[in-house]
Design a protein around this ligand. Structure first.
Ligand SMILES: *Cc1c(COP(=O)(O)O)cnc(C)c1O
Length: 466
């Protein structure tokens, strides 16, 4: 038996070494897709291979194709690093291999999830009575939140969407800003809302929904019908929609307010930043990621809903008799989300919350924002143009013409010192920087800012990536 589990020790010692040196390794991948196909492909053996040998081979073949996105100088997209305690908890999730859909399958997973959900709800200053579900991420959370909204809107019109579907249903207009996240339309499509059912509201220069225009949109549709999707944390600027004003309007017009707060909703957990989300607790549903700013491993997000009955009805499961055997008294996760069998992904959340505590969470969020400001100041002092008001953890920088900026983006991506993405926003190209990792320190920002300014000023200074 001991021998059969030896492979776990191999993973453990490798993992420790990998994470110990993640600060000093090149951030981008060194091997490309073709090379990795060559190393990892081929035909599958008939007889199988020895466990430890397979693991060693995979590590050797994959290493150069890994991106140090959990390291301190990865600033692409919005990607958090994983806290060591959360990684260890994630190992336990696999070792325990609990099926977290029903309490009878794992009372421990059910109770941990229940507690983690209530802690997050409280940290994010959401109403105590909100129901919740842990899902794979922000996209899934938005989908579920809008499913709750759809259920609520149509049931008020005596249309049981679970029975009758969307074909021929009374129209439910969706109002969202032009700067909604790219995945929101896909969530809507999955729920039977075509792109054409979206009424777009324009935004101000920071990407915040224009409130007067929202009011015009609400007054153009029937009262009590609409779903409004607002945003906490614009993926480019980090800006927040004005929830106090927006929620007053949605209340007045009987609209459902869904908030995509994938990363930005975490501002609520910091006393220093909580003002940015003032009024957000007046919404009807909220989507938030755990794998971005809470720094737990992929994949994990959550949805919260003010309306228990709509949430339950939207996810109802017409149970097979064998599924009805749960009299454990525990919370059945499968009643609140659209997965039935799934990993116990709330365990790393629970462990991360306990390891950080309220102050640790607030300082994780604050620190990233302070570092983002430092990034902007250093780049600006070096002659770059900063394109957004840095209110959160996102920074947009440009370096002259669009061509020059795009050249800086490519050069940065070839520089082993850091990684950052590019974007096109408000008619211009930008280098887009997101600071979302517990590992990132001032030295990392200074080193990264110097590297960016160097590839801009001295294009030939770029080290050869290969
Ligand atoms: C990342 C993000 C999403 C999608 O979340 P995933 O976790 O990638 O599924 C949605 N909205 C916003 C604002 C995001 O930043």
């Amino acid at each position: 038996m001991a021998k059969r589990h030896h492979v776990l020790r191999l993973a453990e010692s490798y993992s420790e070494a990998f994470l110990e040196k993640i600060d000093s390794e090149p951030v981008g991948n060194r091997a490309g897709v073709e090379e990795l196909r060559r190393r990892l492909g081929g035909s599958l053996s008939d007889s199988g291979e020895e466990d430890a040998q397979v693991l060693e081979d995979v590590i050797a073949a994959a290493s150069e194709g890994l991106v140090a996105s959990s390291g301190p100088r990865y600033f692409g997209f919005v990607v958090g690093g994983a806290l060591p305690a959360a990684v260890a908890a994630d190992w336990l999730v696999s070792v325990w291999d609990q099926c977290a859909g029903m309490a009878i399958l794992s009372p421990a997973a059910a109770v941990i999830e229940e507690v983690a959900g209530s802690w997050i709800r409280n940290l994010l200053r959401l109403p105590d009575a909100c129901t919740y579900a842990f899902v794979t991420g922000g996209q899934a959370a938005n989908t579920l939140g809008i499913a709750c909204a759809r259920e609520d809107r149509l049931s008020r019109l005596d249309w049981d969407v679970g029975v009758r579907g969307m074909v021929g249903s009374p129209p439910v207009p969706v109002i969202a800003s032009t700067e909604r996240h790219a995945t929101l339309n896909r969530s809507l499509r999955l729920l039977g809302f075509g792109d054409a059912s979206v009424i777009e509201v324009s935004c101000d220069s920071e990407g915040r929904m224009a409130v007067a225009e929202l009011e015009r949109a609400l007054s153009s549709v029937e009262t009590g019908r609409a779903i409004v999707c607002a945003q906490a944390g614009n993926v480019n600027s980090g800006a927040f929609d004005e929830f106090s004003a927006i929620s007053s309007l949605t209340r007045a017009y009987g609209a459902w307010l869904h908030v995509d707060g994938a990363f930005g909703l975490w501002a609520a957990a910091s006393p220093r930043l909580a003002d940015l989300v003032r009024g957000v607790d007046q919404a009807d549903s909220w989507a938030v990621d755990m794998h971005k700013w809470l720094n737990v491993p992929y994949d994990c997000g959550a949805i919260f809903c003010r309306h228990r009955e709509s949430h339950l009805a939207s996810m109802r499961l017409d149970s097979a008799p064998y599924l009805n055997s749960d009299d454990s008294g525990g919370r059945n996760a499968a009643e609140w989300g659209f997965e039935s069998s799934r990993r116990a992904r709330a365990i790393p959340v629970y462990v991360a919350l306990r390891a950080l505590g309220r102050d640790g969470i607030a300082s994780l969020i604050d620190r990233c924002c302070v570092l983002a400001l430092r990034f902007a100041e250093r780049l600006s002092a070096g002659g770059a143009t900063i394109g957004n008001d840095v209110v959160l953890n996102q920074v947009l920088a440009s370096f002259g013409s669009d061509d020059q900026t795009q050249r800086v983006v490519s050069s940065v991506q070839a520089d082993p010192a850091l990684w950052a993405g590019g974007t096109y926003w408000h008619g211009r190209s930008w280098l887009r920087l997101s600071v979302s990792n517990w590992r990132t320190r001032e030295e990392d920002i200074d080193l990264a800012a110097d590297a960016i300014l160097r590839v801009w000023r001295e294009p030939s200074a770029l080290p050869d990536p290969h």
